[in-house]
Design a protein around this ligand. Sequence first.
Ligand code: 13P
Length: 249
Amino acid sequence: MKQSVKLVAGNWKMNGLGASLGEVERLKAELAGQAATCRVALCPPATLVARMAQLCDGGPIEVGGQDCRAEASGAYTGDIAAAMLKDAGAGLVILGHSERRQGYGETSALVLAKAEAALAAGLSPIVCVGETLEEREAGRAVEVVRGQVIQSLPLALAGHAFAVAYEPVWAIGTGLTPTLEQIEEVHRAVRAAMIERLGLGAADQPILYGGSVKPDNARDILAVAEVGGALVGGASLKAADFLEIIRAA
Ligand code: 13P
């Protein structure tokens, strides 16, 4: 595979107030002093998207949302439309995170509809997939992840920029990670499923690994074949930790 530029994205989840933008200013200042070796993105809670996008205007940090509704607008109290994220300055959106698949019963069919909405609004989706511990222990990790990729990626993504993030549910926020061999096995399966679904154009879109990525394991994980970047939760909240991960890419 052609070696493309990696994408290191931070998912702040439900963390961050206005004061947290100080971390972004620190990150921006550090990145300004060095040549870019990878793409960097931060996905804050919706309340911070506009402020962070303003702060990051002109680069190099890209800003994304953490979810969007499949519908373009309407009576959906509390929800956010892809066009609203775009309007606030986002360029990316995380979709189908396991915390939404599990906590809100989001199916791959819904994630697919959301990805279509994101695309229509001009956002580049980061579609998350990953097996539970039970599924891994039953030897079904590859089969489950493959199914999620095929069913969550709309055909309309062909020819567009997007990413898939492999996040084993049992590795999120636990400090546990798969072995490098297990990561490679799943990433190769994700790549094959992306190509099967969308054609050879999907060979260049990054597959991110997510789940307990930290400064001390990032270099090894990011060197695995078919790992095109990382989706980082807890370690993206502090500029110093996130910067170390960025420098490992
Ligand atoms: P942690 O890095 O905190 O394990 O979270 C990973 C994640 O869910 C990113 O989307």
